[in-house]
Design a protein around this ligand. Structure first.
Ligand code: NAD
Ligand code: IPM
Ligand code: MN
Length: 383
């Protein structure tokens, strides 16, 4: 299969998960912009940086950081959410962006969070939102799995369309006659490229099945386009099994038999919901990393979770989702060895009970980060 897919990659050649074209020399410095953001964002990002710095000190990669202040406090103090200058610098001056989380009750409508997070996803055209869901230790799942069952799913969420474009409006807001319309947008261009990315990802990583989650029975325009395009693209990948599922039934199946899923590709809002659901099957949001990619080498890496305001300042937030996002960043930027070391350190921490309270442990955010930073130097085969 790998060979056939390889041939197809070369002959079709467009829109696939290509290797980054903006890649630096191997071993070159990875320039990382940090947006710690709000709530637990700064706390977990600090630990991700600590682990990256330890990996760098061990010679596993070269990295340099620059921190951006954008978030609720900056917005409340200056009125700026992201701003054109910052956007241009984030676009042109860095190899990767690492974000903690955005969201703060002092900005109840979430305007700054949308401008920063969606502004970067849309503005940088990061159309692939890769959210891996992997059971890293058997006791982390709330499900009863048999000994030979595991969970290893790649959710690929379309990241620039759907309900997230902001299309729509309100009339007579705040009155009993209020009318609110939010339109979901799907384009053939946008759907085709992300579905193709999902099949290319399956080929590149040796995955055998791609499942489309949609709601074509109830919402025929948008999801009809998704289903037709999915089947059209799938026809070019005869070695990858392609299946379509209505998202409601798929949600049930995810809980009953998660092991049957391999790659799931879906629309923006459905992917947002399914990725939190799937995270809940493997230990929760404290362990769920993500990458927002344009497949030309640009990426924004962030935990799937939000700013968890109730945990902020308690020192108990799990930093592993941020640390694993940093590993994804390293891997996408040519530092696979560093990524392997980081992932192995997380796996060992989980095995040895170095866990925050969300995973049943009693360690703090910093303690887990420091432990990972110490162990990241060890060879993955020895841990
Ligand atoms: P959330 O992800 O912040 O929290 C959901 C649940 O998961 C809470 O019980 C929380 O305690 C727990 N949790 C999350 N991260 C954790 C971690 N690292 N360790 C341990 N437990 C963790 O979602 P929410 O409560 O719906 O939203 C809070 C704010 O975050 C809102 O303003 C929301 O808009 C924002 N948000 C931002 C992002 C982002 O920046 N990418 C993502 C989701 C939500
Ligand atoms: C996520 C978040 C965001 C989203 C919010 C904060 C806009 O839930 O990254 O999953 O819906 O994409
Ligand atoms: Mn979400």
């Amino acid at each position: 299969m790998a060979l056939l897919c390889g041939v197809r990659l070369a002959t079709i050649g467009s829109g696939g998960l290509k290797r980054p074209v903006r890649k630096r020399d191997p071993g070159g410095v990875i320039r990382v912009a940090l947006i710690p953001g709000d709530g637990i964002g700064p706390e977990v990002l600090r630990e991700a940086c600590r682990v990256l710095e330890a990996a760098a000190a061990a010679g596993l990669l070269s990295v340099e950081f620059e921190e951006f202040p954008h978030g609720a406090a900056h917005y409340l103090a200056t009125g700026e959410t992201l701003g054109e200058d910052a956007f241009a610098r984030l676009r042109d001056g860095f190899d990767a962006i690492l974000l903690g989380a955005v969201g703060d009750e002092r900005v109840p409508d979430g305007a700054h969070a949308r401008d920063i997070l969606l502004g970067l996803r849309f503005g940088l055209d990061l159309f692939v939102n890769l959210r891996p869901v992997r059971l890293r230790a058997p006791d982390l799942t709330p499900l009863r799995l048999s000994d030979d069952e595991t969970i290893d799913i790649a959710i690929i969420r379309e990241n620039t369309e759907g309900f997230y474009t902001g299309s729509g409006g309100s009339l007579r807001e705040g009155t009993p006659q209020e009318i609110a319309i939010s339109e979901s947008v799907a384009t053939y261009y946008g759907v085709e490229r992300v579905v193709r990315a999902a099949f290319e990802f399956a080929c590149r990583t040796g995955r055998e099945r791609v499942t489309l989650a949609d709601k074509a029975n109830a919402v025929p325009h948008v999801y009809g386009l998704w289903r037709r395009t999915f089947l059209e693209v799938a026809a070019g990948y005869p070695d990858v099994e392609a299946e379509t599922r209505y998202v409601d039934a798929l949600a049930m199946e995810l809980v009953r038999d998660p092991g049957r899923f391999d790659v799931i590709v879906t629309e923006n809002l459905l992917g947002d919901i399914l990725s939190d659901l799937a995270a809940g099957l493997v230990g929760g949001l404290g362990l769920a990393p993500s990458a927002n990619l344009d497949l030309k080498g640009r990426g924004l890496y962030e935990p799937v979770h939000g700013s968890a305001p109730e945990l902020a300042g308690t020192g108990t937030a799990n930093p592993m989702a941020a640390v694993l996002s940093a590993a994804m960043m390293a891997r996408e930027n040519g530092a696979a060895e560093a990524a392997d070391h980081i992932e192995a350190a997380v796996d060992r921490a989980l095995r040895e009970g170095i866990r925050t309270p969300d995973l049943g442990g009693d360690r703090g955010t910093e303690e887990v980060g420091a432990w990972l930073a110490e162990k990241v130097t060890e060879s993955p085969s020895s841990v």
